[in-house]
Structure formats: structure tokens, C-alpha cells
Design a protein around this ligand. Structure first.
Ligand SMILES: NC(=O)c1ccc[n+]([C@@H]2O[C@H](COP(=O)([O-])OP(=O)(O)OC[C@H]3O[C@@H](n4cnc5c(N)ncnc54)[C@H](O)[C@@H]3O)[C@@H](O)[C@H]2O)c1
Length: 354
């Protein structure tokens, strides 16, 4: 539970699509947050959201909200290509910024975001919500306690059988999304594994991406509220694999798919391997040898260290009641790896990460 305080923060949410509504709902769970303004280019979607959440100000131009001195926090729930430009403008306008994942559509823009936040002394956080679950926080605690011994490898995966976020939406167009499943769900799987390992900087990446089912109109899912362009070319990846070598020499194997012939509807897991034991999510299991053989012990998640809601946590950070659980430099490092996967796929070579 967030601590009671007299200080409040006025929040503007930009984008009232599928996750924008979640941003609004999530901020409203903190007693010190007030969502006072919303920007949405679709007048209907904007009106519906503003009415149902009782938000006073609605605009189709987000710049109007950035000019308001009473808005202190901006939460960005826009198509990927707008994350960096809108985030940078918001930081320059003196706002604290929460951006949904991926941080940007390339590492250069992600680095600009980090530099602008530093320059203007504002908080910037990427909403890597999958890090905040009690299972992940408990797994992290077990690793920090040394239960795994020396951690040296992770295997992480988010694979869907039929989960393309609507073919023909911005998600499946390179110019708006910047990438496909790698940026959309690979980012969660990768971020989670690196977080658990406690190391973000990679030395090299070898990756491959595929675009096999989406272009055939197969594997469609039902996520997102944006418009569908039936004539738009599906020009992003629907499956990706990568081997990432971290600076320490430790490794991460990543797999992501929006659409693939899988036995299950969806498979989202991360495994971390240490010299004494391994952990696997979800559910959280500790896997270790014992005198009687191998034991797979299901672990009941402990009370989370930080609030499991990323927006509530962000307000806690602004109140000085929590340390940022997702640091901008970590998200930049993740972005560099994701870009490395695309570069490696394009060149057919292992790429060095600077
Ligand atoms: N953290 C998560 O688990 C999670 C889940 C889903 C989506 N996301 C991310 O959230 C972002 C938004 O995804 P979504 O699923 O809500 O997409 P969506 O298509 O449902 O919504 C995007 C909204 O942005 C609006 N928009 C576009 N340009 C705008 C502008 N200039 N000003 C104001 N509004 C504008 C669109 O009209 C639309 O309503 C994406 O970057 C996505 O990767 C994160």
C-alpha cells in the first residue's frame, strides 16, 4: 500500500488505446496521483475514456498538455515510433515521464531520452511491468541471497501461438512499430532475464528474425484499439531468436514469437541457471539437487519490495518513497540489444554492442 501523503502529482496520459486505459486505471490506484488530462488523436476514443474516468481536459494535440504548468507527470501510451520524440518533448517541458515499452525504436533515440532526463533532472521510467510481479521480485531476492550460487546463464521466452496484436494495425507496420515481436514481447522476456541476472550490458548479439505467418494473414490476435489498414504491408518480425553474450561472459538465450505452431496458446518463461540451483518462472520454482535426487520446489512469492503496479511505483519514486525499480540506463542497454538482434539478422553476423 502506498504511504499517505499530502503531496499530489497531476498526471497527463497520452494515448487512450488498449494500454492507455491501463495507465489511467493504474495511476488512479495511488492516492497521490490525479489524472487530470488526456491526449488522444481519435476523438471518439478520447471522449469515451475521458468520460468514463472523469478526466477534465481532453485534447487531440498532446502539445497542449505539455504546455500546462499544472501537469507534472506525463505517461506515454503511444505507438512505438512516438515514444522517444514525445518523451523528449515532455522532459524538455519539465515533466517526469513514464513510457511504455519499448523505450524507443532505436538505441540512438533511447540514448537521447536518457540524456534529456538527466539534463532536465526529471524521472524517466520505462513501464517494464513484467519485472514488478511478486514472482519476479521473489526470484530476484533468491538470486540476491545467493541461493543459485554463481549465476551464469538464462533462457527466456515469450511465445504466442496466435498473438499478433491485430494485423494491419500500427503494430505490424515497421514505420510505426520499428519492429515486430522482438520489440513488443521480446523486450519483456529480455528485460526480465537481464534484471534477474543483474547485468544489462551486452558485448555481442547473434540473432535471427522471421516473418512467416503474419504476411499470410495467419496468427492474428486481438490486442489494440488503433485503426486497421487492410492494405498495409506486414513488414515486421513474427518470430525472433537470439544468443546474447554479456560483458561478463554470461549468456542469455531469447526467443519471442507472436505467431508459431506451438502446443500451448502462450508460453512466457524465464529460467536462470546457477552453480547451486536454478529458478524458473512462472510459477516460480527453485530447482536444485538434494540427497534424494532433484527437487523442484514451488516457491510462494513473498511480499513485494516495491509496489507491483508500475504507475503506483513511479509515484512512490516521485514522492521519494522508493528507488526506481527500472532505471533508464537499463532500458537503454535493453534497447541496444534489441537493435543488435535486428542488425545481426540483417547482416547475418554476430554484432558487437557498444
Ligand atoms: N506494458 C505492456 O505490457 C504493454 C502492453 C500493450 C502495449 N504496450 C505498449 O503500449 C503502447 C501503446 O499500445 P496499445 O496497445 O495501447 O496501442 P493502441 O493502438 O491500442 O493505442 C495507441 C493509441 O495511441 C493513439 N495515438 C496515436 N498517435 C497519437 C498522438 N499523436 N497523440 C495522441 N494519441 C495518439 C491512437 O489513436 C491509439 O488510441 C505501445 O508502445 C505498446 O508497445 C505495453
Amino acid at each position: 500500500m502506498p504511504k499517505k501523503t499530502s503531496r499530489t502529482f497531476n498526471v497527463a496520459v497520452i494515448g487512450a488505446g488498449a494500454i492507455g486505459l491501463d495507465h489511467i486505471r493504474s495511476f488512479r490506484q495511488h492516492p497521490a496521483a490525479r489524472v487530470i488530462a488526456l491526449a488522444e488523436v481519435s476523438p471518439e476514443r478520447g471522449r469515451e475514456a475521458a468520460e468514463s474516468f472523469g478526466i477534465d481536459t481532453l485534447d487531440t494535440d498532446y502539445r497542449e498538455l505539455l504546455q500546462r504548468s499544472d501537469v507534472e507527470v506525463v505517461s506515454i501510451a503511444l505507438p512505438n515510433f512516438l515514444h522517444a520524440p514525445v518523451g523528449i518533448e515532455a522532459l524538455q517541458a519539465g515533466k517526469h515521464v513514464m513510457i511504455d515499452k519499448p523505450m524507443a525504436t532505436n538505441a540512438r533515440d533511447a540514448a537521447k531520452l536518457v540524456a534529456t532526463a538527466k539534463q532536465h533532472r526529471r524521472q524517466l521510467m520505462v513501464g517494464q511491468n513484467m519485472r514488478f510481479s511478486p514472482e519476479v521480485q521473489t526470484a530476484k531476492h533468491l538470486i540476491n541471497q545467493g541461493k543459485l550460487g554463481e549465476v551464469y546463464h538464462a533462457k527466456t521466452c515469450w511465445s504466442r501461438r496466435s498473438g499478433i496484436p491485430r494485423i494491419g494495425s500500427w503494430f505490424t507496420q515497421q514505420q510505426f512499430a520499428g519492429g515486430g515481436c522482438t520489440y513488443d514481447i521480446g523486450v519483456h522476456a529480455l528485460d526480465r532475464a537481464l534484471f534477474l541476472m543483474g547485468e544489462f550490458d551486452a558485448a555481442s548479439v547473434s540473432g535471427q528474425t522471421f516473418s512467416k505467418l503474419g504476411p499470410l494473414g495467419k496468427g492474428d490476435g486481438n490486442w489494440g484499439k488503433g485503426e486497421i489498414d487492410k492494405d498495409a504491408k506486414f513488414d515486421v518480425d513474427d518470430l525472433a531468436v537470439a544468443l546474447i553474450k554479456l560483458r561478463s561472459g554470461r549468456t542469455v538465450l531469447l526467443e519471442a514469437s507472436w505467431a508459431a505452431h506451438l502446443p500451448e496458446r502462450e508460453f512466457f518463461t524465464s529460467q536462470v541457471f546457477g552453480t547451486e540451483a536454478g529458478v524458473m518462472l512462472n510459477p516460480l520454482r527453485l530447482i536444485r539437487p538434494s540427497r534424494t535426487g532433484y527437487v523442484t520446489e514451488e516457491i510462494v512469492p513473498s511480499t513485494p519490495l516495491v509496489n507491483e503496479n508500475r504507475m503506483v511505483h513511479f509515484i512512490d519514486v516521485l514522492l521519494g518513497q522508493a528507488e526506481p525499480y527500472v532505471k533508464p540506463t537499463e532500458s537503454l542497454a535493453v534497447q541496444k540489444i534489441l537493435d543488435g538482434i535486428y542488425r545481426s539478422a540483417a547482416t547475418g553476423r554476430e554484432v558487437r554492442i557498444k
